[in-house]
Design a protein around this ligand. Structure first.
Ligand code: GLC
Length: 741
């Protein structure tokens, strides 16, 4: 066990006054009387401990009406940690404005398998890009006065059987791919809390993983915050207590949890206490709860009675309880909660709407453009097509859902932007896709089936691809808005749902010009890519969807996003492409691809992606001149590039520097992202960009020495605008083998 900074006499003195039961009450959640928090830790009036409210999520504050920021993958696509800081500041301010203390975000699990249902909530397939965005977000959420939570620790890379699957991953891969962003969150951003994930790692539940929670996180990295469980993820009181879990959440059974979206569980929770609620809830959950999932969804916290018995029985020393409480209370003190010094904050601040729009615009990736975009000569007629084009794609399903005060759809955004000068027609083309933000709830809060909804809206014909093709044919340009519908707790198909592929093909066949706007959680298959004139990826743009779509299509802003994930031509081109790797067999997923995740795999296997990592077009053109690479004293290098905007429009370029060891003694990817810089350039402007490549970027993790090691020899620095569009390379020689401290 490790004690946080014991110089905190004030906290120690408080803990000394606590009875055993009072200590037990400070290591697990309970009901929030305000019915707002996602997780609530009651305080202790007797000794003067305030309560602690924890709230989701990465795209905005849950449970209150709040600003709906774009998906985390959209922020990642902007490749700009300063922008992450801007959004983090706004997010932290909204947390406090909603009278909450801890934001249960950012989530930044590596997008190992693009089918992961929560890809929209994460950043990238690359640990360096994920680290920079995680640090930027955490530092700014916390500078705004709220605590941030680094989640989900660790290797929680799929939703399928997430409560039970074991990530079978070797130490070097953990260190080089899955741990770095968490390490940066602790060492650089001093994150207040880390959330232990549902899954197992090499057979041990994350909530009980002593090596990862105590040896690595607390002892090696010096984490002095608190480890909070994912909700109902704690399975064993002694294992978790001794392993290093500090706070079990939510502490109440699923059928009694006020945030519960399940109507069945809410109904069970409302039954008289004499009813066998836990058994009924378990029965109700049977269809969706995989075998072997943790058992305590339906009972109270294992950190209540079971832990108290374990302490009384000597299985868990009471000093372990003291340390857990000290970690939580010292963070509460750090953020001014004992001295009533928390900033007021504000939720739904109009300034945050501007931030949400800017992040979504900067994260929009122009994947393909034959010149049809931007639509700056406003066309006489536009056909807007798509099953949900009349609805903003605010986010995905699950705990990250946010309820904004308002939102604008692509259709309305385009109508508003053309303000009556252009004829804008609309056809769904295919059945509407049920969306987690559908508020068309009918009586008793039940959704109105689409067929009834369409009949009521007079659309008794129902949507048809033919009708869509007809309006496309008669318009100057057809804009097809397609989307997937990802959600937490289930993985996603890479094929667009509801025959949207057929819809795009039919429109492309009929229309003069076809632009596809894709609103997806991550990579999708695009069999029609060769048949359309332009493809714009807006991910889940949040409440500003329509404004973002219109401003990009009409060139009011330059689409400056770059892909944080690889889009493959075929599903079996992705690295985790066997069943044993993903989703695993008998609750074990073999991470046998090792460090070859994402573009690392595509490069090593020389597979041509549909759109590569780092790819993104602009409405202007950039030229790179005077690329220089200066070697530092040790294994370091400084890259300088002069970038010129040689086009006639302002724009953003993202300069990327990759590093690859020429002749490694271990298998290493051909190149790995080592540094990047987003630079804004007016038409005709040029700037010199400096990128620092640091010692750790040269290193691999030597599991025999348990050390980051830089081998002597030559390393190639590749400078480019994507992982496959390298403008220049140079070589840096490392004289001596170096162990990185
Ligand atoms: C969920 C998620 C986690 C979220 C928590 C509270 O299951 O995995 O990201 O913060 O529970 O909703």
């Amino acid at each position: 066990m490790t004690n946080p900074d014991s110089s905190n006499d004030r906290i120690d003195a408080l803990i000394e006054k606590l009875t055993l039961q009072e200590k037990i009450d400070l290591v697990h959640g309970d009901h929030d009387p305000a019915e707002l928090a996602t997780g609530y830790l009651p305080g202790n009036d007797r000794v003067g401990v305030p309560s602690l409210s924890l709230v989701d999520g990465p795209m905005g504050v849950r449970a209150v009406t709040a600003t709906a920021f774009p998906a985390s993958i959209a922020l990642a696509a902007a490749w700009d940690s300063d922008l992450a800081r801007e959004q983090g500041e706004a997010l932290g301010t909204e947390v406090l404005g909603a009278d909450q203390d801890v934001l249960l975000a950012p989530g930044f699990n590596i997008i190992r398998a693009p089918q992961c249902g929560r890809s929209f909530e994460y950043y990238s397939e690359d640990p360096h890009l994920s680290s920079r965005l995680a640090v930027g977000t955490i530092e700014s959420v916390q500078s705004a006065g709220a605590m941030a939570t680094a989640k989900h620790y660790v290797a929680n890379n799929q939703e399928h059987q997430r409560h039970a699957v074991s990530a079978e991953v070797d130490e070097r891969t953990l260190r080089e791919i899955y741990l770095p962003a968490f390490e940066a969150a602790v060492k650089e951003a001093d994150v207040a809390s880390v959330m232990a994930s549902y899954n197992r790692i090499n057979g041990t539940y994350a909530t009980e993983h002593e090596r990862l929670l105590t040896d690595v996180l607390k002892d090696e990295w010096g984490f002095d915050g608190f480890v909070v469980s994912d909700w109902w993820a704690t399975t064993d009181a002694v294992g978790a207590a001794r392993g290093g879990l500090d706070l079990d959440m939510p502490g109440v059974p699923v059928h009694e949890w006020q945030e519960n979206e399940s109507r069945i569980h809410r109904a069970i929770g409302a039954l008289p206490d004499a009813a066998p609620k836990d058994k009924l809830a378990a029965l109700a959950a049977k269809p969706w709860l995989p075998d072997g999932a943790n058992p305590n969804l339906f009972e109270g916290s294992v950190f209540e009675d079971p832990l108290r018995e374990a302490v009384k029985g000597g299985k868990v020393p009471e000093t372990a309880l003291d340390e857990k409480i000290a970690r939580t209370l010292s963070q509460m003190e750090r953020f001014g909660m004992f001295d009533d010094e928390q900033p007021e904050g504000s939720v739904n601040d109009p300034a945050h709407e501007t931030v949400a729009r800017r992040v979504a615009e900067r994260g929009t990736v122009l994947l393909q453009n034959d010149g049809v975009l931007p639509l700056d000569e406003e066309p006489a007629s536009i056909a807007v097509i798509g099953p949900n084009a009349d609805k903003a794609k605010i986010g995905g399903g699950g705990s990250s859902e946010v309820d904004p005060t308002d939102a604008i759809s692509p259709l309305d955004g385009i109508r508003e932007r053309t303000d009556g000068e252009t004829t804008v027609s609309f056809e769904r083309g295919v059945e509407r896709i049920e969306d987690p933000h559908d508020e068309d709830e009918g009586p008793f809060g039940l959704p109105v089936p689409d067929a009834i909804d369409d009949a009521l809206s007079g659309d008794d014909e129902g949507p048809s691809i033919d009708a869509a093709a007809r309006v496309a044919e008669s318009a100057d340009v057809a804009v097809v808005v397609v989307q997937d519908n990802a959600s937490e707790s289930e993985d996603r198909s890479l094929w667009l749902p509801n025959e949207q592929d057929q819809l795009v093909a039919a429109v492309a066949d009929a229309a003069e010009k076809t632009v596809v706007v894709a609103r997806t959680a991550g990579p999708v298959r695009m069999p029609w890519a060769g048949d359309v004139d332009a493809i714009v990826e807006t991910w889940y743009p949040g409440q500003e969807d329509g404004h973002v779509t219109a401003s990009v299509l009409f060139g009011d802003v330059d689409p400056s996003g770059r892909l944080p994930v690889t889009f493959a031509r075929r599903t079996d081109h992705y690295p985790a492409s066997t069943e044993g790797q993903y989703p695993g067999i008998e609750l074990e997923a073999e991470y046998s691809e090792g460090v070859f995740v994402g573009y690392r795999h595509f490069d090593a296997e020389d597979i041509e992606p549909l759109f590569p990592f780092g790819h993104g077009l602009s409405y202007t053109d950039f030229e790179y001149d005077d690329v220089t690479v200066e070697a530092g004293d040790g294994p370091e290098a400084t890259v300088e590039v002069t970038v010129e905007n040689v086009g006639d429009r302002d724009g953003h370029e993202v300069v990327q520097a990759y590093l690859g060891q020429d002749d490694p003694s271990v298998e290493r990817p051909p190149k790995e992202l080592a540094a990047f810089e987003s630079v804004e350039l007016a038409a005709g402007e040029s700037k010199t960009v400096t990128l620092e490549i640091e010692e750790r970027d040269f290193a691999y993790y030597d599991t025999e020495e348990s050390a980051w090691t830089v081998e002597d020899g030559d390393y190639t620095v590749s400078v480019g605008r994507s992982s496959r569009d390298i403008v220049d390379t140079d070589t840096v020689s490392v004289e001596d083998l170096t162990v990185v401290e």
